[in-house]
Design a protein around this ligand. Structure first.
Ligand code: IPM
Ligand code: MG
Length: 351
């Protein structure tokens, strides 16, 4: 078993280190291969996703990814910006299905931005499409009719792209509470009209799943009004990006949400995938030992479960995280004072 470790920028290396300590403590005989990506790779090698990093990722059974983003690089040509590392990996490896689970851990009810009785009902899974949408359409700058500069980004989805992510959403719902909410903006966008038509078509294969459709503005509102109504939410790349950050604050902190990005490739042990916290590189607190590593530790648990077939080990990590939180060991993002390694130590102690 081999994991590619791509720590990236900002707090990426710090939070990844804690997740690796957790994996190593379980003594599972997993080989690790590390490579720089993002702004760190650009500065060292002139490209945010050097061929060597992509090769390490391809040769592994799974990828543990930290975060990318570096203010020093915000003015570079877009294809050289740190974010291209994660976007490039998702695209090159056809990791089109991004699973972002959100639930309130015991002890965190009072830390949500929502009232505790509203927050404690949250147990949802966002299934975000990752390979299409306005993220990967034609984009650029051009001259508008009045001679001023204009920026543009084309949004599109084809039937095949919607179909494959819809299947992931329906299957996830079958394994949970049997409810799927497809989020779009079909009242305005043709891309969304096609999305909705295809989802309705795919639904015929899943008579056991209750499907509803919701416009994205309403979904954003419902997510704070009554998040307990959601089981699985399936949506496009841009809407999923936004709603998953919003869901994170509903459960307490963006420092808590893990994610798995999967495609169709199978490894000897499970499904090939990339695992990362949904938060970014947080340059303001980078290198200070203040970042909450929980989202990355939980991502490592998802990795063991989905890509390496080690469900028991994943359960153990998740139980240790839950026990740590219940004991009140909280990072600053949750109003506590525990630092990055202190949180890692607390999880290790409970393993
Ligand atoms: C995420 C991030 C990325 C995205 C950025 C870093 C490109 O916000 O994974 O949610 O927009 O997908
Ligand atoms: Mg995001």
């Amino acid at each position: 078993m081999k994991i590619a470790v791509l720590p990236g920028d900002g707090i990426g290396p710090e939070v990844t280190r804690e997740a690796i300590r957790v994996i190593e403590a379980l003594d599972l005989g997993i080989a690790l291969a590390e490579a720089p990506v993002g702004g760190a790779a650009y500065k060292a090698q002139g490209h945010p996703l050097p061929p060597a990093a992509l090769a390490v990722a391809e040769e592994s059974d799974a990828i543990l990814f930290g975060a990318v983003g570096d203010p020093d690089c915000d003015r570079l040509d877009r294809h050289l910006r740190p974010e291209q590392a994660i976007l490039g990996l998702r695209k090159a490896l056809t990791l089109f299905a991004n699973l972002r689970p959100a639930r309130v851990f015991k002890g965190l009810e009072d830390h949500s931005a929502l009232r505790p009785e509203v927050a404690s009902a949250i147990d949802l899974l966002i299934v975000r499409e990752l390979n299409g949408d306005v993220y990967f359409g034609e984009k650029g700058f051009r001259t508008a009719v009045d001679g001023s500069r204009e920026g543009y980004d084309v949004m599109s989805y084809n039937e095949g792209e919607v179909r494959r992510i819809a299947h992931v959403g329906f299957r996830a719902a079958q394994g949970r509470r049997g409810k799927l909410c497809s989020v779009d903006k079909a009242n305005v966008l043709e891309t969304s009209q096609l999305w909705r038509d295809v989802v309705i078509d795919v639904a015929r294969d899943y008579p056991d799943v209750a499907l509803e459709h919701m416009y994205v503005d309403n979904a954003a509102m419902q997510l704070v009004r009554n998040p307990g109504q959601f089981d699985v939410v399936v949506t496009g790349n841009l809407f999923g990006d936004i709603l998953s950050d919003q869901a994170s604050m509903c459960v307490g902190s963006i420092g808590m949400l893990a994610s798995a990005s999967l495609g169709e490739r199978q490894t000897a042990y499970g499904t090939y995938g990339l695992y990362e916290p949904i938060h970014g590189s947080a340059p303001d607190i980078a290198g200070k030992g203040l970042a909450n590593p929980m989202a990355t530790i939980l991502s490592a648990a998802m990795l063991l479960r989905h890509s390496l077939g080690l469900a028991d080990a994943a359960d153990r990590i998740e139980a240790a995280v839950a026990a740590t939180l219940e004991a009140g060991v909280l990072g600053r993002d949750l109003g506590g004072s525990a630092g990055t390694t202190e949180i890692g130590d607390a999880v290790l102690a409970r393993l």
